[in-house]
Ligand binder design. Structure first.
Ligand code: FE2
Ligand code: FE2
Length: 136
């Protein structure tokens, strides 16, 4: 069962970023599926690592565009990225250490984390970056 489904309301109008967001959604859905099917620890580990890597790469890409085009809200946005990535890393480490279970609470947290960030802060840069990318 998909925890989160892509729809056009998530689009920021920039293809590569939409693709990255779809990959993040897929990674969270994979984690949800792994939990649902009681997948092995190795598989869970791999999915967690993928989620963390995708998150890291994706945030770095958005920040590269912010710096390149002087996005005015970049300080606040970067701070949100830092906190979000920190939460994923923290969750991963607590799970690896056996201090955290991945259940519906954690999955809901991840789904909301991604949904709110895309629909809030990411949509907010959409018009600015589309114009900036168009003008070179
Ligand atoms: Fe994003
Ligand atoms: Fe972002």
């Amino acid at each position: 069962m998909a925890a989160l489904e892509w729809s056009d309301e998530f689009s920021v109008g920039i293809d590569l970023i939409d693709k990255q967001h779809k990959l993040l959604i897929r990674a969270i859905n994979l984690l949800a599926m792994a939990v649902e099917h009681n997948s092995s620890r190795d598989i869970m580990k791999e999915i967690f690592r993928t989620l963390r890597d995708y998150t890291d790469t994706h945030f770095a890409y958005e920040e590269l565009l912010f710096d390149r085009f002087g996005y005015p809200d970049s300080v606040k946005h970067k701070l949100q990225h830092k906190n979000l990535l920190g939460q994923v890393i923290d969750l991963e480490q607590r799970w690896l250490a056996g201090d955290a279970e991945i259940g519906s609470e954690v999955l809901t947290f991840l789904v909301e984390w991604l949904r709110n960030h895309i629909l809030g802060s990411d949509k907010a840069y959409s018009a600015f970056l589309i114009t900036a990318l168009k003008n070179g």
